[in-house]
Write a protein that binds this ligand. Structure first.
Ligand SMILES: Nc1nc2c(ncn2[C@@H]2O[C@H](COP(=O)(O)OP(=O)(O)O)[C@@H](O)[C@H]2O)c(=O)[nH]1
Ligand SMILES: [Mg+2]
Length: 176
């Protein structure tokens, strides 16, 4: 799972994981100034420094391992390792800061990893039509765009189910 900072990646992993999620939150300190973009989220006091990790069973024979990638650019070297063996990815977006999502979209596109866009519907964020979001992010018509509330277990889970179904459908297309 990728996405801009404070797009609720840590929240989502925490909401769905059936094991205590491994978190590597650190207090946002002065060391983050000018490095991490916190201007839009002045209330955010911690940030993920390495990654989030969790697990969810969608069925008896289908267990997903969830990795939340840190937003900070200095940790991007880890993404290449994370996507090895990944079935798919979610780019979690906050419509108030769409520009922060471009990097994650580009990354998964470039590596041909099936991904979907999940709009985390923050209470005070404007709502846009799906096709407007598609256009703004310049993602192709086959990329699913879903809405969810990262804090809500069932809602967050629906995003994971959607990306799994999408990844499996892409797999079966490439086989046949
Ligand atoms: N109002 C609102 N706040 C949310 C929602 N999802 C997450 N948050 C809050 O947004 C902040 C950033 O979330 P976090 O999971 O740390 O973002 P990350 O940087 O992507 O891991 C936290 O304080 C969450 O409690 C939401 O759907 N609505
Ligand atoms: Mg986080």
């Amino acid at each position: 799972m990728g996405g801009g900072s404070a797009s609720a990646k840590t929240t989502l992993v925490g909401a769905v994981s059936e094991i205590v999620p491994l978190r590597t939150e650190a207090l946002v300190t002065d060391a983050s100034v000018g490095v991490d973009n916190l201007s839009a989220t002045p209330q955010k006091s911690t940030t993920t420094v390495a990654m989030d990790f969790g697990r969810i069973s969608l069925a008896d024979d289908l267990v997903l391992y969830l990795f939340g990638t840190p937003g900070q650019h200095r940790f991007w070297f880890m993404w290449d390792d994370l996507i090895r063996g990944a079935i798919g990815a979610i780019v979690l977006i906050d419509t108030r800061r769409l520009d922060e999502s471009f990097a994650a979209v580009d990354f998964f596109e470039a590596r041909n990893l099936p991904f979907l866009i999940a709009v985390n519907e923050f209470d005070d964020a404007p709502r846009y039509a799906t096709e407007d979001i598609r256009q703004a992010l310049a993602v192709s018509p086959d990329v699913p765009i879903v809405s969810l509330d990262a804090r809500d277990r069932e809602s967050a889970k629906s995003g994971l189910v959607a990306v799994t179904e999408y990844a499996l459908s892409r797999l079966s297309q490439s086989v046949w």
